[in-house]
Design a protein around this ligand. Structure first.
Ligand code: NAD
Length: 301
């Protein structure tokens, strides 16, 4: 039997609609959520991502400000800009697009962002708060988007064995912390497999929920998946496709065609986790605006 295809595109649209309504309410109370994106240099992928984030923010009524800086901007100048945004009452979310040029210490910049405005959820204070199970913190957009997908498709992780493949700081580790939090959207038994895990299939076959975030096309094949598992593919990979106009195709880490015959539900790539990441960035910004002006936080999700 073929798996249910979980459309991240549709779920992300639903979330954006909900947020649009919340922003309308906030605006009618005189509060406009504000997102600042900082882009250093002219990396085409980064330009594309920042452009998509700003467009999505504007579409739901968030005030968005894009700050473009030259590739050779001194670190001190960038830190000064972050300080200015920290103090700016019109800005509730600050996103510094990574990667930064080599002469800039990325950790120093991320540490400079006010944790209350850290909509990426990468500040060590937010990482620590998540790891002790706190709920009143900003959590990273991609793994939080995965939780939303599970919850909105009737696949709550409570009591399930969730296996994560990949242990990065932006996906794998926060994914584990979210799944371990107490509550219906957590309470999972969590295993993490990674590049040093021998016989990965023996681990992944135990998964009721299998989340793959590695960056290797087709890494997870049908024989590595328990029949009936829910499979979430975070990977984004380009593979050559000379027959297409662009010359490449975008695929995930999961062999979609094979695994969909074994799983009960699966996310496609593209159209799966990707759109959720931006939706959660918008949600973090609106939540932050609500927290920073609590008397205006009506209709919170
Ligand atoms: P990363 O390179 O930081 O981490 C990859 C992880 O995979 C590492 O922890 C490593 O231990 C593990 N790994 C490497 N080879 C492995 C193997 N053979 N078997 C098992 N594990 C192995 O990558 P990341 O930033 O976590 O991103 C992972 C993938 O997810 C990439 O394809 C990235 O493009 C994609 N991604 C997508 C979104 C989205 O919005 N959909 C967001 C972030 C990342």
């Amino acid at each position: 039997m073929s798996a249910e295809i979980i459309s991240g595109t549709a779920i992300a649209k639903e979330i954006r609609e909900e947020l649009k309504y919340r922003v309308l309410e906030m605006r009618s109370d005189g509060a406009v959520p504000g997102l600042a994106t900082v882009l250093v240099g002219a990396n085409p992928a980064s330009q594309l991502y920042v452009g998509m984030k700003n467009k999505a923010a504007k579409e739901i009524g968030i005030h968005s400000r894009q700050i473009d800086l030259p590739q050779d901007v001194p670190e001190e100048e960038l830190l000064g800009i972050v300080e200015g945004l920290n103090a700016d009452p019109e800005i509730h979310g600050i996103l510094v697009q990574l990667p930064l040029p080599d002469h800039i210490d990325e950790d120093r910049v991320l540490l400079a962002i006010d944790p209350a405005k850290d909509v990426d959820g990468f500040h060590p204070r937010n990482v620590g708060a998540l790891s002790i199970g706190r709920r009143d913190v900003m959590t990273p957009c991609t793994p939080t988007g995965v939780i939303e997908m599970l919850m909105r498709t009737g696949n709550a992780p409570r009591g399930k064995h969730a296996v994560i493949v990949g242990r990065s700081n932006i996906v794998g580790k926060p994914m584990a912390a979210l799944l371990l939090r107490k509550g219906e959207d957590g309470d999972a038994t969590v295993s993490i497999a990674h590049s040093r895990t021998p016989d990965m299939g023996a681990i992944t076959r135990q998964a009721d929920i299998l989340i793959v975030a590695v960056g290797i096309a087709g890494l997870v094949t049908a024989d590595m998946v328990k029949p009936g598992a829910v499979v979430i593919d975070v990977g984004i990979n380009r593979v050559d496709a000379p027959d297409t106009e662009r010359g490449y195709r975008v695929v995930g880490d999961v062999d979609f065609e094979g695994v969909k015959e074994v799983a009960s539900a699966i996310t496609p790539v593209p159209g799966g986790v990707g759109p959720m990441t931006i939706a959660l960035l918008l949600k973090n910004t609106v939540d932050s605006a609500g927290r920073l002006a609590p008397d205006r936080n009506r209709g919170a999700m």
